[in-house]
Structures are given as C-alpha cells and as structure tokens.
Design a protein around this ligand. Structure first.
Ligand code: B12
Length: 355
C-alpha cells in the first residue's frame, strides 16, 4: 500500500539522488579508509554510482509501497559483490552512510519508511549465506541439455556450431516455439546467473545474447504460424530498458498464434507508444521492464497511453522488474500481468478474445 509520505519521500530521493550519493560516499570513505585503499582512485566514482543507484531503488520501492523490492536489489548487489571479492562489510557500511545521508532531505513518516527499508536490507544481507546461486538448467531434460551445449559452444567462440545445436534439435522434432521457450530463454537466464556470479564477462554474455537474437529471428521465420485471427498487439520495452530478448520472444510467439504483432524494440520513448497503438489500431500493448528502477518510466508510459487513448486498448505489463511484486500492475493502471512468456500468451488471449 503506497501512502502520501512514501510518495513524497520517493520524489525527494529521486530528485536529490546525486547529492545524497555524493554525501554518503564522502562519509563512507572518511569513516572507512580501508575502502579507499582497496578501491584506489576508483573508490569515489564507484561508490557514488553505487549509492546513487541505491537511492533510486529506494525511491522506486517507496513509490510502489513495496519495501521488499529494495531489499531484493540490495541482496542482488551482495551476491554480485561477493563474487567479485568485495567485502560484504563494505556494502553494509555503504547502507549505513546512505541512512545518514538521506536525513537532511526527508522527514516524518517518509524518513521513517526509508530508514525501515534500509534497516530491513541490512538485516537481510547480514543473514544471507555466501553460497553461490546454483545452475538453473537441468541436464536431464533434452531442451536444457541443448541450452547448456549452446551456451558452451557460443562462449567458446563457435556461434555457427552453437546455432546448429539448436537447429539440429528442431530438425529432430523440437518445435520452433519450444526452441525459443525451452532452450533460448532458459539459456539467457543461465547466462545472467553466470554473469551475476562473475563466471563470465560482459563480453561473453553479449556473445550469447547477440547469437540468441540472431537465432530467434531464424526460428521465428521458420516456425508454423496459424492464420491471422484479426488481433493486433504492440510490444515494447519501456524507456530505459535495453533488455529485449524476453519481450521480443513474446512478440514472436504471439505471431505463431496468429496475432499481427508490431514489435517496437527496446528503450521506446513513452510518447511513441500511444502513437504506434493508434497508427496500427492495436487491441493490446505489451510493456516490458527489466529493473524496478524503470518503474517510473513504465508508469509514465501507461499514463500517456490512457491520457491519449483512454481504456480503448488493453495494457499488459511484465518483465524481471516486476518479479516479486505480482499485484503492482493493478496500481500501475494496467489490465493484466504475466510472469512468463507462456502466461503472457494466455493473458493476452483472455484480454482480447477472438471474435
Ligand atoms: C542480456 C542481458 C543484458 C543485456 C541486454 C541486451 C539485449 N539486447 O537484450 C545488457 C548487457 C544490455 C544488459 C544490461 C543490464 N543488465 Co541485464 N541481463 C541480461 C540477461 C543475461 C538476459 C536477459 C534476457 O534475455 N532474459 C531472458 C528472458 C527470458 O527473461 P526476461 O527478460 O525476464 O523475460 C521474461 C519474463 O520476465 C517475461 N516478460 C518480459 N517482458 C515482459 C513483458 C510482458 C508484457 C509480459 C507479460 C511478460 C514479460 O517473459 C519473458 C519470457 O519468460 C539477464 C538475465 C535474466 N535472468 O534475464 C540480465 C539481467 C536482467 N540484467 C541485470 C542487470 C542488473 C543489468 C544492468 C543493470 C547491468 C549493469 N550494471 O549495467 C544493465 C541494465 C540495462 C538497462 N538499462 O536495462 C539483472 C537484473 C537484476 C534485477 N532484476 O535486479 C539480470 C537479471 C542479471 C542477473 N542475473 O543479475 N543486460
């Protein structure tokens, strides 16, 4: 439940995130000289950026009335830091500094809620175990075995053989739809885990992601499409979100199911979304966000659609940034939400039944 003080505090945190981060970093480095010696000349820029992100995440969690979104982001950072040999104590010390640095900007209930969220995050990271997240793929399943072989081949620099591993499975009877749903999407999640725990670099993640985009396009054009059933969907990742595999996969799967699909791509300016809906007379728009920090952009996009088009178009939202907050879509003014691609197809069918 969002309250007025939480919304005001969220606005102030967003507005002053730069100053708060600078003050918190200065206090952190003064209090803990060990951090400066461990990070060298990078100490100030690295921790300022880190704390600016924290302030923005705290802001979006307060605005959404979901403190646990902040806690889960801090936990995420802890895992990434431990994997990169950053002392967990540094993260706790940085949150202490953040707690002090927000005090000149917030007051009353807003300040209390912000401090409660920071304290909850401190408790969570103190209790967190250091065990590394385990592989999500099950080599006992044919599709996930293919996903593992695909990742290994591409990271070894063999993109064409990697794509062949998946295409051979299709020749052996796997549908193009399942190749996307059960091989490529799980492969992408596994690549995210490997990057998070510092097992692969950003460049290696990019190699797989680029190959997945290439292969998804091939599968999407080869797969069986049911005839057009007269429904149009617009799909986009909201402004600031440059993750596009998930939403693009859903766009392709809708096409398999006979939807006319207008895929706008990543990072779409909010005013371009209603224009596309109008231009293509869409029945539904699907909006994707990857990080909770992108919630304000999602909210603004929905507001812009409603302001220009009223309730004439169905709005469905989803993406990693909404995981763990399954009811938030209602507060955002959307008509539906789904956590996975399969569920997205079901909800789209419910929201826009065939005549
Ligand atoms: C590839 C990738 C990138 C690429 C994206 C390139 C591209 N062209 O897409 C790049 C390198 C640019 C990138 C950048 C960043 N990334 Co990234 N990225 C990934 C990765 C490895 C794969 C993304 C993907 O393809 N997922 C595959 C699909 C299956 O998952 P999905 O996108 O969540 O979509 C599914 C559902 O969410 C849902 N869905 C998605 N959209 C919609 C929309 C609707 C309407 C519906 C109903 C459903 C729905 O259905 C999809 C299918 O099931 C993920 C790992 C992961 N677990 O996803 C991290 C991940 C998403 N990234 C992450 C992070 C932190 C970042 C950065 C902040 C890193 C940084 N410090 O710079 C930036 C932020 C960029 C930005 N502004 O958005 C984190 C997010 C953690 C979090 N939630 O807090 C993840 C989870 C990695 C991790 N394990 O920690 N990333």
């Amino acid at each position: 439940m969002t309250t007025r003080p939480a919304i005001d505090a969220a606005r102030l945190l967003e507005q002053h995130s730069g100053d708060i981060a600078a003050a918190a970093t200065a206090a952190l480095l003064e209090k803990d000289p060990g951090i400066r010696s461990r990070f060298g000349d990078n100490a100030s820029p690295v921790w300022t950026e880190h704390l600016r992100q924290r302030a923005l995440e705290l802001s979006t969690a307060l605005a959404a009335g979901q403190a646990h979104l902040f806690v889960s982001r801090v936990n995420w950072s802890r895992t990434a830091m431990v994997a990169r040999k950053v002392e967990p104590g540094d993260l706790a010390a940085s949150l202490d500094s953040l707690r002090t640095a927000i005090q000149p900007y917030l007051s009353g209930d807003g300040l209390r809620l912000a401090i409660e969220s920071i304290d909850a995050a401190l408790v969570a990271i103190d209790r967190a175990a250091d065990d590394i997240e385990r592989c999500t793929l099950d080599a006992g399943l044919m599709t996930e075995r293919v996903a593992l072989r695909y990742i290994q081949a591409v990271i070894a620099g063999n993109a064409i053989p990697g794509m062949s591993i998946v295409l051979d499975a299709v020749d052996d009877g796997l549908s193009e739809r399942d190749a996307i749903l059960k091989v490529l999407l799980p492969a992408q999640r596994e690549v995210g885990r490997l990057w998070h725990i510092n097992e692969i670099s950003v460049a290696e993640e990019h190699m797989v992601t680029m190959t997945t985009q290439r292969l998804m396009a091939v599968l999407a054009s080869r797969g069986k499409h049911v005839p057009d059933r007269g429904r149009t969907a617009v799909a986009a990742a909201v402004a600031g979100n440059i993750h596009e595999i998930g939403i693009r996969a859903i766009a392709y799967l809708l096409e398999f199911d006979g939807w006319r699909t207008i895929y706008l791509g990543p990072d779409v300016p909010r005013s371009d979304v209603p224009a596309a809906i109008e231009c293509f007379e869409a029945d539904i728009v699907l909006l994707s966000l990857a990080l909770s920090a992108q919630l304000p952009n999602l909210q603004h996009t929905i507001e812009e659609i409603r302001a220009r088009l009223g309730n004439g178009v169905r709005i469905m939202v989803g993406g990693n940034g909404l995981n763990g907050a399954p009811d938030l879509w209602k507060d955002l003014g959307a008509d539906g939400y789904a956590e996975t691609a399969e569920a997205a197809l079901r909800v789209a069918d419910e929201l826009v039944p065939v005549d």
